[in-house]
Write a protein that binds this ligand. Sequence first.
Ligand SMILES: Cc1ncc(COP(=O)(O)O)c(C=O)c1O
Length: 394
Amino acid sequence: MTMNRRQLLTGTAALGAAGIASHSLSAAPGRKSVASARSDFPWAGNETYLNCATEHPLGLHSSDAMREYLGYLTNGPDSGRAKYENAELQERVRKRFARLIGATPAEIAFAPSTQLAENLVLDGLRIEESGGNVVTNDLHYGGSLSNYQARKERGLDARIIKHKDYTIDMRDWEEAIDRRTKLVSLALVSNVNGYLDDIRAIADIAHSHGALVFVDVIQAAGAVPIDVRAMGIDLLACSAYKWLMGGRFGYLYVAKELHEGRLQPVQFGSKGAGATDARQYQVSTPNHLGFVCQHEALAYILELGVDNIREHVRPLTERLRKELPAAGCACLTPAGTESPIVTFLVPDAPRARTRLSEAGVIVTLRDGNPGEMRVSPSVFNNLADINRLIDALS
Ligand SMILES: Cc1ncc(COP(=O)(O)O)c(C=O)c1O
């Protein structure tokens, strides 16, 4: 889509105003708030972006820092580059992510992505060799389901619970998990419809059978509160490009009880050599540009507070739930779901696509009859954005 002159100016002026020289390594405490978040994301002035479950726009705090780092990579001097490529910055990122999920820094490894981390978990627990089973559900990510399907073809007993009306019945978990279950694996928030599992109850069932719990939190971290201990999570992974607001790498949380042999490292190299904590699961030189981005993004999220971000988004998703059924769009997200993702059935998907495009509204719309529309607002959206979407479909 093309931008008009005003939109272009708003975006570029905002970028210019927060120039390279004025950037500091961390957002100043107390400066940022949910109320002013819209101005931190220039994209919000250029399009009605309601698609953070696909990818979150970058905040100025991150892009300023990345621009400065890229400047050093392009022009030198070496000492400038070192400002961003250093162990202290990485450790601050590790600490910030640990704080976000209620873990300790020693339990956090950097990982290339969510799915690679899930593979590290499956291989490191020697799931196939163990002769045990894995239990998951069909609201987990499609790529993960392909992973379990491929392992099933190699002999793994992978049990995939089917949703009923887009929720997973607790009785189905109880039935599928047994004393041979080694791992229960699920997306804490489903990318399909935002469904948020009752993770504590599932973990209790898993643990009572001696199984571990792995959660993919790519659709949850930064958007809904996570506390690994209170929730009973043993292993967790995500990438940063969705609700963590940018950076093309990810995290793997491994509870400390698993460090001494229960989760084996399966890849080896320079970075994890000799480590006895979660760093033993790391291999290569990290994605520094991603760290620079995450360093600022995590500071921002922690400063705003995930609870406050969640509070801001709730009336937006509630309005959609209230208004869209009147426009013929049934909601596939169970009532009371505490996530920022809501999915609707759209009777005439091609027409909806045209109307949304004319209105400059960005969502995920999957073709079909009816089509599935996933709407995922974040902290920079407001009710006017939501009304624009509703008007386009009414
Ligand atoms: C629930 C879920 N898991 C995993 C992924 C993919 O993650 P990655 O690219 O980090 O492997 C996605 C991407 O949309 C997702 O929604």
